[in-house]
Design a protein around this ligand. Structure first.
Ligand code: NAP
Length: 490
């Protein structure tokens, strides 16, 4: 079995506890690697190394163009090692190779090139001032050391969206991947040995959120936290960070609605909706799993949806014929089965049952579709983060919008209609960080993503994504210095 160490200050270290945690291959349901169970001492070392790199080492003084060159090298190295990194991610969390390896040579690595280009173009400003004989300029500065805490569903993708802008902004970082899928992040540090990084620039600690994660968030040497995960973890991290008034970016969950209007192109909508949830087993934050369908279309839509979703080939990610792989880990697999069981018990109508589909070994659940569930029930209100969709009819556009906005989430939404004016009007009323019209699931480095309401705050990608890793400094210079005596003698 492969045994990993954690990475700090340019070197690999064994955890102070002497303990490791098993990491499972969900396609087989068996452990294949061991990752360090890091604690306070290890986190302290990693933050110390990041601190030294930023405050005493070369990084804090690096010129913008030099940062850009370093980001380009990182992009090149990741792209050259895409296959190896993809294989590890597939083994560790069951993601299909076709969903990870090509991204590592294209839009994910493009993040590094995009932000590399931005390093020496990110300008401050000279501010107009009412104060006479004063020059006032605004500069954008890095925080120093940032903590990047990532989820298991797409470990490298989630990390890259944070890492590229954090480094471009000039920070050093400490990464804490999910205990369920840390291997690809550790392998990334191995391949980045070829990128000639300053020691301590990127450090990775592994282990539990409640130990390593909390130690990292509350470490006084960490000045900012960027978190991707669920609402409970996010809430706990935000509370912990608040004790030190530490800024946080929260990329949290969703229960994204897909509104199918009566005039929708049905084939387009069904294909788009199925693609927007099932190929990744619903394990994507923006999975559009709440399907709101115009009543006249409801029966036909459900038939077509079931027909397309039930064609999926569920199997081992290593088989090129596989179209849907396993659920990423055992605890989540059991949670999804439990969620499905509860809906069945409460009287939900199963249009398609994914239980028992796929290979016998491993954690497989096929596309599962419910109707007969009202919008205030748990299935329509809470994220399952699995291959489970619910179809609910609506009678008017107003009702569709009210339902779409009727959860605590606000991450993404889809609208399917041939009437673009109507779709745009609806998009304006939807409370979500991203709205797709007649498409779903697109994302590019240029386009900021993030949540409204309890789906989070702060943004990733685009210029906004870089600003989240920076703070402003307003500098005042007296061009004709004069300072009257504040307490003139009488
Ligand atoms: P999670 O349980 O919240 O964990 C996310 C990360 O935070 C893990 O590294 C976890 O460590 C750590 N963590 C959890 N509680 C913590 C705490 N109290 N203090 C410090 N660290 C803590 O989420 P997940 O199950 O990995 O991911 C699924 C969720 O992520 C879903 O809700 C999904 O929608 C969301 N997500 C959002 C986006 C987005 O961009 N908005 C993208 C992807 C996923 P351990 O796992 O090691 O305990």
């Amino acid at each position: 079995m492969k045994q990993y160490s954690y990475f700090a200050g340019g070197n690999w270290h064994e955890p102070a506890s002497g303990q490791w945690l098993d990491s499972e291959n969900p396609a087989l349901g068996e452990a294949w690697a061991r990752i360090p169970d890091c604690g306070t001492e290890d986190v302290d070392r990693a933050v110390g190394e990041a601190h030294a790199c930023f405050y005493r080492g070369p990084w804090g003084k690096a010129q913008a163009a030099e940062r850009g060159r370093l980001l380009r090298r990182i992009g090149d190295v990741i792209s050259a090692n895409a296959e190896r990194l993809g294989e590890i991610e597939t083994r560790d969390n069951g993601k299909l190779p076709q969903h990870i390896t090509p991204s590592l040579t294209s839009w994910l690595t493009d993040s590094f090139y995009y932000y590399a280009g931005m390093c020496d173009k990110f300008e401050g400003s000279l501010l107009p001032s009412e104060a006479p004989d004063m020059l006032n300029y605004l500069a954008w500065k890095p925080f120093g050391v940032c903590a990047l805490i990532t989820a298991w569903n797409s470990p490298l993708g989630v990390l890259i969206w944070k890492l590229a802008p954090a480094l471009a902004a000039g920070n050093a970082v400490v990464v804490k991947p999910s205990e369920y899928a840390s291997a690809s992040t550790l392998e990334l540090m191995d391949v980045l040995g070829d990128a000639d990084l300053p020691d301590g620039l990127i450090n990775v600690v592994t282990g539990y959120g409640r130990t390593a994660g909390q130690a990292l968030v509350s470490h006084p040497g960490v000045s900012m936290v960027s978190f991707t995960g669920g609402i409970p973890g996010g809430r706990s991290i935000a509370e912990l960070a608040a004790r030190q008034v530490k800024p946080v970016v929260m990329e949290l969950g969703g229960k994204s609605p897909q509104i199918v209007l009566e005039d929708a192109d049905l084939d387009l909508a069904v294909n788009g909706i199925v693609s927007g949830i099932f190929p990744v087993s619903g394990q994507s934050c923006i999975s559009g799993s709440r399907l709101l369908v115009a009543r006249p279309l409801f029966e036909t839509f459900c038939e077509r949806l079931v027909e397309v979703a039930s064609r999926a080939r569920i199997g081992d990610p290593g088989d090129p014929a596989t179209q849907i792989g396993p659920i990423a880990h055992r605890a989540h697999y059991e949670k999804i089965l439990d969620d499905i069981g509860q809906v069945v018990e409460a009287g939900g109508e199963l249009l398609l049952d994914g239980r028992g589909k796929g290979p016998d070994r491993g954690y497989y659940i096929g596309p599962t579709i419910f109707s007969g569930v009202s919008h205030d029930e748990r299935l329509a209100q809470e994220e399952v983060f699995g291959p489970v969709a619910v179809v609910i009819p609506f009678d008017s556009e107003d009702e569709a919008v009210a339902m779409a906005n009727g959860t605590v989430y606000g991450l993404a939404a889809g609208i399917w209609s041939r009437d673009v004016n109507k779709a745009i009007r609806m998009a304006e009323s939807i409370q979500a960080g991203t709205v797709y019209i007649n498409n779903y699931f697109n994302a590019t480095t240029q386009s900021p993503v993030g949540g409204w309401k309890q789906s989070g705050y702060g943004r990733e990608n685009g210029i906004e994504g870089m600003r989240c890793f920076m703070q402003t400094k307003s500098v005042w210079l007296a061009t004709r210095p004069s300072q009257p005596d504040p307490f003139p003698a009488r």
